[in-house]
Design a protein around this ligand. Structure first.
Ligand SMILES: [Zn+2]
Length: 292
């Protein structure tokens, strides 16, 4: 009987020889957990993939090399615009235009869309209006294909798709309507502190659909009766891998301090929660990072 079993050797190797990998950050891949288990996080640095759930409770060091590569064209850029783009891409791409954040201001019909072909593929397809609970009740919109990624990126503990529409513009107009009643932002500090009470999203759906009946009817008149359809789905909930929520939020920022290190205490939204502070990795998309 050997003193050290093969499994133990593997575990030992993993701990002692933490290899350094280096590459440009993409936003983390977040997948729903299996059978209600915790959500699964994968760090992406260039070609490298790191299972972050497995790193919980252990040390993690991320060091920015000083380089940033545009997430669209790959060119080196001194500064990142709109979370990962070089300035020319930021000015040129439809995905960086203001109408992406405010879809109700869609430029397509006015003929001023920056990239009509891109828009045809991304904006002229079904969008979902959802309720989520990331730091209290909020409304949001996303392309049908981005469910549930969008919710996980926001650190929502619950979500419920309530309406489906045919275009991004329509989703923006519906969202404007809902914003009279519900927030559309996440209080990220509350989200990270875990100070979020569960909500009855199905009851909120009924309440809001009743309250906004008139506004929705007007939009259906404008776009067609079948363009805004009510979904009858069940709410989903997510459990994030967090050992300990921070009591006070201190933010790390590669631009101010290129080395971010600490014990990984949790993962929520696109944030790492370390014992030394939190960092929104999405904000640093394109930053070349050495991870160990
Ligand atoms: Zn670029």
């Amino acid at each position: 009987m050997p003193l050290v079993t093969e499994d133990a050797v593997t575990e030992f190797d993993r701990i002692e020889i933490a290899p350094t990998v280096q590459g440009c950050l993409s936003k983390m891949t977040i997948m729903p957990g299996e059978q209600g288990g915790p959500v699964k996080y994968t760090l992406r640095a260039g070609e490298h993939r790191l299972d972050l759930n497995a790193r919980l409770g252990r040390s993690l060091r991320l060091t920015w090399t000083g380089a940033i590569a545009c997430t669209h064209c790959g060119r080196a850029t001194k500064k990142s615009f709109a979370q990962g783009y070089c300035y020319p891409c930021f000015k040129k791409l439809a995905q960086c235009d203001t109408c992406i954040v405010k879809p109700e201001t869609c430029h397509f019909d006015a003929g001023t869309c920056r990239e009509p072909e891109w828009a045809e593929r991304h904006c002229f397809q079904p969008h979902v209006i959802y309720l989520a609970n990331s730091s209290g009740l909020k409304v949001g919109i996303t392309r049908g294909t981005q469910v549930p990624t969008r919710w996980l990126d926001q650190g929502a503990i619950q979500a419920l798709p309530i309406l489906v529409v045919e275009t991004r513009l329509q989703s923006g107009l519906v969202e404007v309507l809902f914003k009279e009643e519900v927030a559309d932002r996440t209080n990220w500090r509350a989200m990270l502190k875990g100070e979020v009470e569960p909500l009855d999203l199905a009851a909120e759906r009924s309440r809001l659909l009743t309250r906004l009946e008139g506004g929705l009817a007007r939009l259906r008149e404008r776009f067609g009766v079948d363009t805004i359809r009510v979904l009858n789905e069940a709410p989903v909930s997510f459990d994030y891998p967090v050992l300990e929520f921070p009591r006070k939020i201190v933010s790390h920022n590669f631009d101010k301090q290129p080395e971010v290190a600490g014990t990984l205490l949790g993962l929520k939204g696109q944030y790492l929660i370390l014992d030394t502070g939190v960092i929104n990795l999405r904000k640093f998309t394109g930053y070349e990072i050495a991870v160990s």
